[in-house]
Design a protein around this ligand. Structure first.
Ligand SMILES: [Zn+2]
Length: 175
């Protein structure tokens, strides 16, 4: 995605109808200070979180369009018997062990129209997993044995983001 300034992020939150309470709690500078210009370009999914790191605003880039949605993240998926359970991320299709698995709930922008919950990488580093830059990506590739290039995985993530944006009726952001 394009590198955003604090002002552009604020504008994106306005266009995405993010609630004032969420706007006040997210920490844009802290959430993005580690990103180089190149990493911004190679990011499709970016969590801008509150101080605790478990809720905030998720930026989503389909390659053509930027979206934003308020999210809440829960780390660690457990089976009914309480065992940590591996998952496949609904965004990037990375297989994650139980301790690295999570679920993320995205709020629909229209007030009182609810939310949708997805299984996800608990670190929300889907952009790095599809580029094979993490140990989780390497583990996943040996588990799933998909015959795909990084470029194909990136494209699959972008297509998935478009589908999720449509499912949630997210507004395209124009900066
Ligand atoms: Zn993922």
């Amino acid at each position: 995605m394009k590198q955003l300034t604090q002002d552009e992020f604020n504008e994106a939150m306005t266009q995405a109808s993010i609630r004032p309470r969420v706007k006040r709690e997210v920490r844009f500078a802290q959430s993005t200070s580690d990103l180089s210009a190149e990493q911004w370009r190679e990011t499709e999914l970016l969590g801008v979180s509150d101080r605790a790191g478990n809720k905030g605003v998720l930026l989503l880039d389909s390659g053509a369009t930027l979206y934003a949605a308020a999210y809440e993240l829960s780390r660690g998926i457990r089976s009914s018997s309480g065992k940590a359970q591996p998952i496949i991320c609904d965004f990037c299709r990375t297989w994650q062990t139980g301790s690295r698995s999570g679920s993320v709930t995205l709020m629909r922008p229209v007030r009182d129209s609810g939310s949708v919950t997805f299984l996800c990488c608990a670190d929300l580093e889907c952009s790095r997993h599809v580029r094979n830059l993490t140990s989780a990506a390497k583990t996943s590739r040996s588990q799933l044995r998909e015959d795909m290039s990084n470029e194909e995985r990136i494209e699959r993530l972008r297509v998935r983001i478009s589908a999720i944006a449509e499912q949630l009726a997210l507004a395209p952001i124009n900066l």
